[in-house]
Design a protein around this ligand. Structure first.
Ligand SMILES: Nc1ncnc2c1ncn2[C@@H]1O[C@H](COP(=O)(O)OP(=O)(O)OP(=O)(O)O)[C@@H](O)[C@H]1O
Ligand SMILES: [Mg+2]
Length: 374
């Protein structure tokens, strides 16, 4: 799939911008603080229905304007018109072909894979960073997963507040069983799906990684449910959903006292992790920066293949400021792989690092103070 045209109205520092995109490579060049990241953020909002960096949604509205709107025409099997309207006074609106729709049916219309300087947190960051990466991807290809995930997050919040109250008032413990039941049911579905997806990502990222590292190193990607020992993880033990539900029920019993003592939920997919290994050693602990970057790139490329496998279409790839985090060789390799497959939207402060061939193939735009010039 690819974005044919895009328009922004009162979005961040854009008053009004409208542009046609190339189905292949698009390069956006501009100095700092001109609106490069804002543009990618607008596309991301069209994809996931919300921003990855705004704390409050109204931040997206241009200062002084009543509402922000982002629209795009997306070419896939059929052409789709997508729009998001965010306003100070009213609820956010998501539109597909001019009809209002729910976030659950909106997400998945335009699939994206995002690479920002912060993406290196995938290896270096916290388990929460890694789970977010996984969830953002799975939500785009599986609306049932998305809805289970949101439900599970509500159940955990509810349990947490009961557990906190139970510290002073033991009677609250009697309120827990229905929430325990839901946690086991939803949690097992989430862990099961993530385990499945990681298995697929592992196969694709291994192949991508061999290309990038000239077959010198082997990447391993393993899912670690909260209850699993290191040996279980290394043995790549695969759990059925029934097994997972049984384990969650057991763990809820086993950890009841500990949960009440700590005042929050210790059981569930919110405590899982994703483990990266290079040649059988832990990449987070022992990998060099270069190895970590290569692994993140391989993972991004694997996400692309996963989406293709699940939906029959490659997603749109958004690369923010790649020049700041990837050396020239990795950038060129990434772009050459992507260019054969997916629409790619790249921002940079400086075109110097791009080959003439790349620049000729691409559509090049300048961004200056919230204006886009071709
Ligand atoms: N709601 C808003 N209304 C008006 N301007 C905004 C709003 N939100 C952000 N901006 C402005 O947008 C500009 C930053 O844009 P952006 O983050 O896209 O820059 P950039 O081109 O990616 O820069 P860099 O190269 O430093 O990453 C800032 O000048 C900021 O003040
Ligand atoms: Mg930026």
């Amino acid at each position: 799939m690819y974005i044919q045209n895009l328009s922004l109205h009162s979005f961040r520092n854009y008053e009004h911008a409208s542009l046609d995109l190339n189905p292949g490579l698009n390069l956006f060049v501009g100095d700092n603080a001109q609106g490069k990241t804002n543009l990618l953020e607008a596309i991301y909002v069209l994809s996931l229905s919300k921003s990855y960096r705004a704390v409050r949604e109204t931040e997206l509205i241009r200062h002084g304007a009543p509402r922000a709107m982002v629209k795009a025409q997306v070419a896939k099997m059929a052409t789709l018109d997508l729009a998001v309207v965010i306003s100070e006074a009213e609820k956010k609106r998501l539109l597909v072909n001019e009809k209002s729709t729910t976030a659950n049916s909106f997400v998945g219309c335009l699939n994206t894979v995002l690479f920002i300087p912060d993406s290196l947190q995938l290896v270096k960051g916290s388990p929460g960073d890694r789970r977010r990466f996984l969830d953002v991807q799975i939500c785009q290809i599986d609306p049932i997963y998305r809805s289970n995930l949101l439900k599970c997050q509500r159940v955990i919040r509810q349990r947490n507040s009961l557990l906190k109250e139970a510290w002073d008032n033991r009677a609250q413990v009697s309120q827990l069983p229905p929430w325990d039941h839901q946690l086991a049911a939803l949690g097992s579905k989430i862990i099961f799906r993530r385990q499945e997806v990681v298995q697929t990502l592992q196969d694709f990222s291994q192949r991508a990684h061999q290309t990038i590292s000239d077959e010198r190193e082997e990447l391993g990607l393993l899912y670690q449910p909260f209850f699993a020992t290191e040996d279980d993880v290394l043995a790549q033990k695969h759990y059925s959903q029934g097994e997972l539900e049984g384990i969650l029920v057991e763990k809820i019993k086993e950890l009841r006292g500990e949960e009440v003592r700590r005042g929050y939920t210790l059981v569930g997919p919110q405590r899982d992790d994703l483990i990266f290994r290079i040649n059988h050693t832990d990449l987070k602990k022992f990998g060099s920066q270069g190895q970590q970057r290569t692994a993140v790139l391989a993972y991004i490329l694997a996400e692309l293949e996963l989406m293709y496998q699940e939906t029959g279409e490659y997603p749109v790839v958004l690369l923010d400021d790649v020049t700041s985090e990837l050396d020239w060789k990795r950038q060129m390799l990434l772009l050459s792989i992507l260019n054969e497959k997916a629409q790619t939207i790249v921002t940079t402060t400086n075109l110097g690092g791009f080959s003439t061939e790349m620049k000729e193939r691409a559509r090049v735009f300048q961004i200056e103070q919230g204006r886009i010039l071709q």
